[in-house]
Design a protein around this ligand. Sequence first.
Ligand code: FES
Length: 147
Amino acid sequence: MTDQELIAPELPEQKDPAASNLESGWYKIAKSQDIPSKTAIQVDDFPTQIVVWRGEDAVLRGLDLYCKHMGASLACGEVDENSIRCPFHAWRWGGDGQCDDIPYAKKIPAKATTRSWEVSEDNGMVYVWFDRDQKPADPDGQKFNLR
Ligand code: FES
């Protein structure tokens, strides 16, 4: 089986964040208490749909919502150590966007990557960095209310 065959050619529609009019900055997506350890939430009102979870190390991470294998919602998956495991075929994704485990495969396909989102916490609130051009997060960037 080739890498091409392992990655679904058509996935659920992931909104294009480049089409957003939001300015660059940190967008509040939840309260810290809404995402306890080993839980994941789905965020639909961001410029694209994302999943945000808290790993066993208490760190928050974010990825595009839909699994790059065959499109399952990763928010329905399970936090496994500090990664998130897809509910459909159990591919496990790290916060850096790399698939880091496929239970039934000897090799992880090179194309098994997804977009990651920088997440931070401040004063009991959870923020995700957004920049239309995917510029790296500015730790001192402006904060906005998405919710
Ligand atoms: S849809 Fe197959 S592992 Fe996610």
